[in-house]
Design a protein around this ligand. Structure first.
Ligand code: GAL
Length: 350
């Protein structure tokens, strides 16, 4: 090749590479609901049915590590209860909600003991973590089950550091009842609650936890009686309590539910499906899992959901969308991509 021509080719290659780099950076600086999200080492993020805890200016994302073969046990055939064997709960950390560092499995499966709640043959779902300032411990609650989902227990683990290791304590049937899909909510006064599907998924329970958050206190209410809800989320905004959930159709999507109350104990008023845009009637082909506030802004809340791929569970995706309010009513609008600038008017000026 003549020197001139070679110079031209090199210039074109440099321009193309710079353009590709800028595009990649641009994409990474956006949240793309439903696409594969990579961690800082380039691997797909693996934290399903999870939640985000904000602690000392860092976000920690905990979720089910879903890896290995997806299969359908004989006992679950009638309801498409696909599963992957339990491997543990994974944690990622981030300062900006866009770059996520893999902190590894913070709670690991226990393959050597078939009777253990964390044995690969069991079910470990919807882990949620919060920091208890009274005990200075990180507390994780999760749904523990037998492969056919008949045991229906709530499991608890504790750690000294947000990145674990979490020590598994036990699983219980709270208030003498079954407990499946679940979440945790910590109020401004430091009281913590577990919110979960009970009475065979018919009714949601809200239970106050003990001061160390490791036990159920015995104080609870039954809400949304016989409304068969799953994937519960509770958060607070402007002194009001908000609730999100799905209906009960396994891994398949259905319309999201929402509700508001002046007290965590209710009465709760249902507000209907807050989703708007394409496939809003199917929660954008997803299911709720958590809502958390963006640090450094007021009234900036992010909805977290899962888009399950039931026949290939590790390929399930994440749906994160900003929450918007019309008066007391919340709205979750579909967006192909977005970034934190949607909350720019909520910046806290120091
Ligand atoms: C969903 C639930 C998931 C998982 C699944 C099993 O409804 O929200 O966490 O338990 O059922 O089919």
């Amino acid at each position: 090749m003549k020197t001139e021509k070679r110079g031209f080719v090199i210039r074109v290659l440099v321009i193309v590479s710079v353009f590709a780099f800028v595009c990649r950076q641009g994409r990474a600086a956006q949240i793309h609901p439903g696409e594969i999200w990579l961690d800082s080492s380039g691997k797909p993020i693996n934290a399903h049915g999870g939640g985000v805890m904000v602690h000392e200016q860092t976000y920690y994302w905990y979720g089910e590590n879903k890896e290995g073969k997806t299969w359908l046990p004989e006992s679950n055939k009638s309801w498409d209860g696909y599963r992957v064997d339990v491997t543990g709960v994974r944690c990622y950390s981030s300062k900006d909600l866009l770059t996520w560092k893999d902190e590894g499995l913070v709670l690991k499966a226990v393959p050597e003991d078939p009777a253990h709640d964390l044995h690969p043959s069991k079910v470990v779902e919807r882990p949620k973590v919060a920091f208890n300032p009274r005990t200075e411990k990180f507390v994780m609650w999760m749904h523990i089950d037998s492969p056919d989902y008949k045991a229906a227990h709530a499991g608890v683990a504790v750690a000294d550091s947000p990145t674990g290791p979490f020590a598994y304590i036990e699983s219980v049937r709270p208030e003498g009842q079954d407990s499946r899909d679940q979440t945790m909510f910590v109020d401004d006064d430091g009281k913590a609650y577990r919110i979960y599907s009970s009475e065979n998924n018919d009714t949601t329970y809200i239970s106050l936890l003990s001061d160390d958050w490791l036990k159920h206190s015995g104080k609870f209410v039954r809400v949304f009686e016989k409304r068969r809800m799953e994937a519960q989320v509770v958060f607070k905004r402007g002194g009001k309590y908000y609730f999100l959930a799905s209906g009960c159709t396994g891994w398949d999507p259905n319309p999201m539910r929402s509700a508001v109350a002046d007290s965590i104990w209710g009465p709760w008023k249902e507000l209907g499906n807050p989703c708007t845009g394409p496939n809003a009637d199917k929660t954008f082909f997803g299911q709720s899992t958590f809502v958390f506030p963006v640090a450094g802004r007021t009234d900036a809340l992010i909805f977290m959901g899962d888009r399950w791929n039931k026949s290939n569970l590790p390929d399930s995706r994440y749906l994160w969308l900003p929450i918007r309010f019309e008066g007391d009513r919340l709205k979750i609008d579909w967006k192909d991509s977005w970034d934190l600038s949607v909350f720019n008017s909520n910046l806290i000026v120091q």
